[in-house]
Design a binder for this molecule. Structure first.
Ligand SMILES: N[C@@H](CCC(=O)N[C@@H](CS)C(=O)NCC(=O)O)C(=O)O
Length: 222
């Protein structure tokens, strides 16, 4: 039996969605973020030394890192005939989105979040304008142009493709879902990027996504 070690409001929601789409039985072990630090509880380190979510166990196997989990589930429990042939352009594209979501896109979303937090963090009154100045300048000169570059790229891709790999939903969509729905929920993606917004709305309406949401519990990005 697959166990999803599920943290509230986290990337493991995309694993629940995938398992629901696969109609694969699984159980959820729940972990709650510390409301102050937003960190996962120490007990998650008993599953994997980094103590991050998602992580799954399947029999004797422990699988961590969203992209690896999604690839593992696709190869172990998915329709093998739908998997792209190694070395084909489709295979390269599949791997591209699996790596891109966490390797290229998430770091800028995270930087944006951290620098926004700096502006509202408690600090001595005289340090506030300095911290805000640095955060605004870094946002304007570095983070926002980089983020816009990525979001324009995705917007254009979704203008030409219904799903990340073309006409059919695939594991690439489960992997890309978290950064895009987080960007949408935080207002980083708005009316100026209708393809991304419509894509997210479309998959969030799927019955499997809704079931995952019901089972997963607290999730602020849907
Ligand atoms: N690249 C990793 C990121 C894992 C990660 O940072 N997960 C967050 C949840 S979205 C987490 O566990 N945060 C709690 C913590 O850092 O203690 C993946 O996709 O699996």
């Amino acid at each position: 039996m697959i166990t999803v070690h599920h943290l509230n409001n986290s990337r493991s929601q995309r694993i629940l969605w995938m398992l629901e789409e696969l109609a694969q039985p699984y159980e959820i072990k729940r972990y709650q973020r510390d409301p102050k630090t937003m960190l996962a509880p120490e007990t998650l380190r008993n599953v994997h030394p980094l103590g991050k979510s998602p992580v799954i166990t399947d029999g004797a196997l422990t699988v961590a890192e969203s992209g690896v989990i999604i690839d593992y589930l696709a190869h172990t429990y998915g329709d093998k005939s739908a998997l792209p042939a190694p070395g084909s352009q489709q295979w390269i594209d599949y791997n591209y989105w699996l790596h891109y979501a966490e390797g290229s896109l998430m770091p800028f979303l995270l930087l944006r979040l951290v620098f926004e937090k700096i502006k509202t963090s408690p600090m001595p009154f005289f340090a506030k304008p300095i911290a805000k100045g640095i955060a605004d300048k870094t946002g304007k000169q570095f983070i926002d142009p980089q983020l816009n570059n990525h979001l324009d790229f995705i917007e254009a891709h979704l203008g030409k493709n219904q799903w990340f790999l073309g006409d059919e939903i695939s594991a690439a969509d489960f992997q890309m879902s978290f950064p895009l729905e987080a960007a949408l929920a935080r207002g980083i993606v708005g009316r100026n990027r209708p393809n991304i917004a419509n894509y997210v709305k479309r998959y969030q309406a799927r019955p499997a996504y809704q079931r995952a949401l019901e089972k997963g519990g607290e999730y602020d990005y849907a």
